[in-house]
Design a protein around this ligand. Structure first.
Ligand code: HEM
Length: 401
């Protein structure tokens, strides 16, 4: 029987329901776990949908992360395409080893499990302060705007070392940067403003002597020029903010929609830890990318990937692969989602994963402790899903209690 599966143009993201995989991805994984896909610039590259092939690509140094080689699986304007290629030094997640390794080595000590333990009181304070503000404003509340977007921003600012008195200005710029309603020129202006602010912080931290936070440490180490330290700050902010904000909001939505799972998750800390892993797998918010480019011809899953071909990994499809996970379409915290790929795999595996886990655990527990009768103010099917952005999310999370 011939395979009539159509070649997709870009990664399929259209969902019938928020928690269901796009049916096209389901179909591709079953029939063509590595298949052709048309990229935004017309390049005919590849899309990987199975767990085993996703892991293989992410672990294989014959596939590059370099920005100048990558094609994007969505159509970009001419300016966006140009901006994507004009990568300043310091954008380490778009480099390959050994250049990439130099930056990871400098940063890894700030994101260890141990380091995160020392942040526990800070994260708890940020979360409780936000919940107090939500409570005082009274129901209804939009937990996306008033909680999920605010908590990661405060925590990441603290890790980076944004000074207290600069915080409000910083938050204003970041809000423009990540607001989907912002015009392109406002986003560009906010990006420049944040970069300039990072340069100012670097300068004052150098004058004050090396400090504990990321920017202070990098500035004091003398290993990177100031411009690059500021760029690394931008990378951490952009990599960490939207993914954590959307994971927070979608995780709360999933727990609201699955009361039996919520009860289990909140019953003890071990189960909460497992619940966070299962939510990461089930939601797989990084739903467009990672993208790699073949540096040489590679045999993959019976296909010949040619040097220069781009390969996109559909993490939501890989994380619901029945060959790897039992009952993958269900949210079940008794499942053991060991080895899920929500944080990627290989040398580029998420640097901030322990921080993200910590924010999620603290937040889910605190929200339902503060508002035990929390419920959605609108039907889940009526919420607007932001499917076209690289990170899956909802535009609002309206709740009452
Ligand atoms: C739930 C929240 C998060 C999710 C789902 C997530 C997901 C991911 C994924 C899938 C990758 C791999 C990309 C690739 O292979 O090309 C990645 C890389 C990365 N993430 Fe996260 N992330 C989260 C939170 C954070 C946070 C809080 C930070 C830091 C503040 C962060 C910083 C990074 C960085 C710097 C990289 C690039 C690492 C490298 O190339 O060496 N992420 N993340």
């Amino acid at each position: 029987m011939s395979d009539t599966t159509a070649v997709p143009i870009g990664i399929p993201t259209d969902r019938e329901r928020i928690f269901e995989l796009p049916p096209e991805l389901e179909n591709l994984r079953e029939r063509r776990p590595i298949g052709r896909m048309v990229y935004g610039d017309g390049h005919v590259g590849w899309l990987v949908t199975s767990y085993s092939l996703a892991r293989t690509v992410l672990a294989d140094s014959r596939f590059s992360s370099r920005a100048d080689l990558a094609r994007i699986p969505v159509k970009l304007s001419a300016e966006a395409e140009q901006a994507r290629k004009d990568i300043p030094p310091g954008v380490f997640h778009r480099m390959d080893p050994p250049e990439h390794t130099k930056y990871r080595r400098l940063l890894v000590g700030h994101f260890t499990v141990r380091k995160m333990e020392s942040l526990v009181p800070d994260v708890e304070r940020v979360v409780e302060d936000r919940l107090t503000a939500v409570e005082q404003a009274g129901p209804p509340a939009d937990l996306m705007r008033d909680f999920a977007k605010v908590v990661p921003l405060h925590v990441v600012s603290q890790v980076l070392g944004v000074p207290e008195d600069e915080h409000d200005r910083f938050v204003r710029h970041v809000s423009v940067l990540f607001d989907q309603e912002s015009a392109a020129e406002d986003v560009a202006a906010a990006t420049r403003a944040i970069h300039t602010q990072f340069l100012e912080f670097v300068d004052s931290k150098k004058r004050a002597g090396a400090q504990e936070d990321v920017l202070g440490h990098l500035a004091g180490s003398g290993e990177l020029p100031d411009e690059e330290v500021a760029t690394v700050g931008m990378v951490l902010l952009t990599a960490g903010y939207e993914s954590t904000a959307n994971m927070l909001a979608l995780g709360l939505l999933a727990l609201l929609e699955h009361p039996d799972q919520r009860a289990k998750a909140l019953s003890d800390p071990d189960r909460l830890e497992r619940a966070v892993e299962e939510l990461l797998r089930y939601l797989s918010v990084t739903h467009i990318g990672p993208i790699r480019t073949a540096l040489q011809d590679v045999e993959l899953g019976g296909e010949k990937v040619k040097a220069g071909d781009s390969v996109s990994i559909a993490l939501p499809a890989a994380n619901r692969d029945p060959q790897q996970f039992a009952c993958p379409a269900a949210l079940d915290i008794d499942n053991s989602p060991v080895g899920h790929l929500a944080f990627g795999y290989g040398v580029h595996q998420c640097l901030g994963q322990h921080l993200a886990r910590h924010i999620l655990r603290t937040s889910y527990a605190a929200v339902f402790r503060r508002f035990p009768a929390l419920r959605l103010a609108e039907a889940a099917e009526d919420l607007e899903v932001c499917a076209a952005k690289p990170v899956l999310g909802v535009s609002r999370l309206p709740v009452v209690w």
